[in-house]
Design a protein around this ligand. Sequence first.
Ligand code: BGC
Length: 788
Amino acid sequence: MIRERAYPVEPWHVRETRLDFDVLAQSESVFALANGHIGLRGNLDEGEPHGLPGTYLNSFYELRPLPYAEAGYGFPESGQTIVNVTNGKHIRLLVDDEPFDVRYGDLISHERVLDLRGGTLDRQLRWRSPAGRLTRVRTTRLVSFTQRAVAAICYEVSVDEPSRIIVQSELVANEELPEQSRDPRVAAVLESPLQVEERLVQRDGGLMIHRTKASGLRVAAAMGHEVDGPENISVSSEGVDDWVRTTITCELKPGQRLRVVKLLAYGWSSRRSLPAVRDQVGAALAGARYSGWEGLCAEQREFLDTFWDTSDVQVEGDQEVQQAVRFGLFHVLQAGARAELRPIGAKGLTGPGYDGHVFWDTEMFVLPVLTYTQPSAVAQMLRWRHSTLDLARERARTLGLSGAAFPWRTIRGQECSAYWPAGTAGFHLAADIADAVLRYVDVTCDVEFEREVGLELLVETARLWRSLGHHDRNGLFHIDGITGPDEYTAVVDDNVYTNLMAQRNLLGAADSATRHPDRAFALGVDQEETAAWRDAATSMHIPYDEELGVHPQSEGFTRHDEWDFASTPQDHYPLLLHYPYFDLYRKQVVKQADLVLAMHVRGDAFTHEQKVRNFAYYERRTVRDSSLSACTQSVLAAEVGDLELAHDYLGEAALMDLHDIARNTRDGIHVASLAGAWIALVAGLGGMRDHGGRLSFAPRLPSRITRLGFSLIWRGMRLRVDVQPHEVTYSLRDGDPQAAIDLTHHGEALRVAIGVPVTRPVPPAQPTGPPLQQPPGRAPARRAAKAD
Ligand code: BGC
């Protein structure tokens, strides 16, 4: 695990003060830079040692066969795996005859800093070579938010004695990748997936164009260099096979500095010709040269200033969480900022985990955050889903269903899950997409989006539910044989989460069709169909266990045998790696918030009393073997009044990657959990809900947090919420002078107008209900006692 002291607590930086080879792969994920289009793992400039080399382009994948010992109808035959594309990060250094390598000689100091405001990864080191030469290296890397196809590295060298310096800067394709474990969460390793199509070498750079063998995608990577330093610097380039190298040589004296700015451009296409892709990266490189290094840094800073101005969350009293929530928001932005009609994967572009696939994580955890902070990115992501509708319709036909069946996991839109009980059967994804559409439309009033894109997504998902479910002889609507969010319970009837989300989907589709009758008509929707949706929604069966006074997460769940937690060793978590699914499926053991998630996102469907009882019941049975759970448990813990527990879960969600809590940060960061830190703060401690497009808050702070401040974009205005232990102030920024927002504060209706902040007292929490207890050994780390 990453030891806490590796990253000292600072508000705007993640600093690594020394290089720890044992956690190299984790730190490569933590220090990954991305803009939603390009992703560079935080590999050392010189390429080795490495944990896992990684350079990714959103949606650039290779196909691979999905072998089955026993195949079945409708099983996907081919999977998609993200490709480690041409690595442009490599910069090797030779001081006199000796290659700089942190494993040799004496690494006197080594520091890396992720600058959350500057959007750069900075590295500074002092190294004494085995022959005793002292060299200083300072590098800064960025993946541009403003120039989507561009990344850049500024590499500076200085010396204590006159030395001959050789810098070799490379583009390398088909890097050898380390063997992977058998953990199902890691990626398949592809052997040399790229076939070279063109290599071009110029004096100060070059480019390479490759194509994947099976998916037929073409990728171009180009590099150019700007060199500054002593006189008589020689620059030359060469290339063979899968690499191009630019070599920069000079004599460096003490007091002098060699500075190499490496500009990188990436482009890929499934359709464009080789000359077109070549020109595309050429143009991107020209744009980067035009801005220059200083210009790129200034644009990056300006972009982030705007982002933080709206999105920053201030937490006083727990500086570790303060740092972690900013780190999380930074990675959420990196995953989605410039994805532009491409998916946002579960790991963003920080590692190959889960093969680079997008799951429901994005709609239910990432998009809610972006909706209130960077709504344009949400529209883009949902437009991507929309662009895959034909594939989803085809999949629904294969499954004998109407409407659209979106893939459980994918890169390009085809189903890639080889395990249908926790894949295809996870139909709730359809309602999760619909939920994201409805929230985005409520928050932005983007009518054009709703007409063009949103309505069709709502209609096709509503059609899916109507064909997947059925009315029983008493008229109740059931959705049978599906899997809810908890993957330790599969193929069940009437999963409460799924049914409540489908209910919202069906009603949302009918309402949206009424708002856009012409477009609905064009989609073949008539009154009979919308009436059928409303009928299914209002007759939706929600199981309830009268005897225990709780909701079973799906029909019959509370009747199942209990899991023997007392005899489960701590090193047998996650359970999926130590117990067969058949045993997990028939016991009351919950991998991740399921009914508890329903109580958050469909909180309007439960009474407070039900929330209290249900939460206590599921706390005892939830093991959090998924990183998607802690944030939701935080939200409900806050709602039922256990603010300390809410704080503990918030800490777990926020520190998931900085502390490598799930022990797989090496494969990439957990974007949904990091987004979940925002959710835990805003929806948990802030008590924000948006049911039916109405904003409500119920803020309360745990003992250690003395202040919480956050802002939300709401219909073009910016609402700021400032919470202190005994009072909260709501204020409005932007919008015209008459603008105002109606909201509720702990049930009291308020109107907040521009220039007229409203302050209200915070009522004390009155926890009621049974004591909250987790399975033995599964309680989250306590935060109340920690000192800053
Ligand atoms: C979780 C899923 C999630 C996937 C990708 C699994 O462990 O159970 O809910 O979508 O990880 O993050």
